[in-house]
Design a protein around this ligand. Structure first.
Ligand code: IYR
Length: 224
């Protein structure tokens, strides 16, 4: 097939308006039950579930379809321990001194601190990397475009896929995150974007009341 060939769209599904309304409502109800979880169970999660979620994330739209992402799925206890140790080192600095009072105050309702036991307890950590260069085919070194937008959408789709599979997640962004490149042995054209913790919630997991307060539609949207 030549580079500019187009193929017929054959996998688009049409629904009645009533079905569309029902599906959109159900999806909203489903997404309302996604919560950032900070207390995980060590119950194992099959690799196949993570693979399927990553395949779903890989269908994300991206600049020039270059798919400028790489996901490192970590289940090795040894690697998880390294990640926890480095992340906690950075978080200790974040929470004791170098962060503005305004930022620390904003985090108070979440009850977070420098301790991140879930980085070892949860069965999976998924380190998301963005690629400055790549291209659509393996091994290319072309410029990538709209990298943050593309990786952001793919990460959102990953979280949605994991949630839909029945897993709890946490989006974690230790600052700085460069240690993830070293631990995961990633090449120079990649930057760590986010760390997703995935697994089952601990039986006594709680969520901050602050986190379920979502802005109303009238505040997050305008219809013209
Ligand atoms: N990375 C730190 C701090 C933190 C920052 C924000 I913005 C959050 O929404 C939550 C936490 C931590 O994980 O504790």
């Amino acid at each position: 097939m030549n580079d500019s060939a187009h193929i017929p769209l054959t996998d688009y599904t049409t629904f009645s308006q009533d079905t569309m309304i029902e599906k959109s409502q159900k999806f909203y109800e489903h997404m309302k039950t996604r919560h950032s979880i900070r207390s995980f169970s060590s119950k194992p999660v099959a690799k196949e579930i993570i693979e399927n979620a990553l395949l779903a994330a890989g269908t994300s739209p991206s600049g020039a379809n270059h798919q400028p992402w790489h996901f490192v799925a970590i289940s090795s206890n040894e690697v998880k321990q390294k990640v926890r140790q480095k992340a906690e080192e950075h978080e200790q600095k974040f929470y004791s001194g170098k962060t503005s009072k305004e930022w620390l105050d904003a985090l108070k309702p979440l009850g977070t601190d420098a301790n991140k036991p879930y980085l070892e307890i949860a069965p999976w950590l998924i380190a998301v990397f963005s690629q400055k260069t790549g291209g659509i085919d393996e091994g290319q070194k072309k410029q990538n475009y709209y990298i943050h937008e593309s990786v952001g959408i793919a990460t959102g789709m990953l979280i949605t896929a994991l949630h839909t599979a029945g897993l709890a997640t946490l989006t974690h962004t230790p600052k700085p995150m460069t240690f993830l490149s070293e631990i995961c042995n990633r090449p120079d054209n990649e930057r760590p974007y986010m760390l997703i913790i995935a697994g089952h919630p601990a039986s006594n997991a709680t969520i901050p009341a602050h986190a379920i307060k979502k802005k109303p539609l009238s505040s997050i949207s305008t219809f013209l």
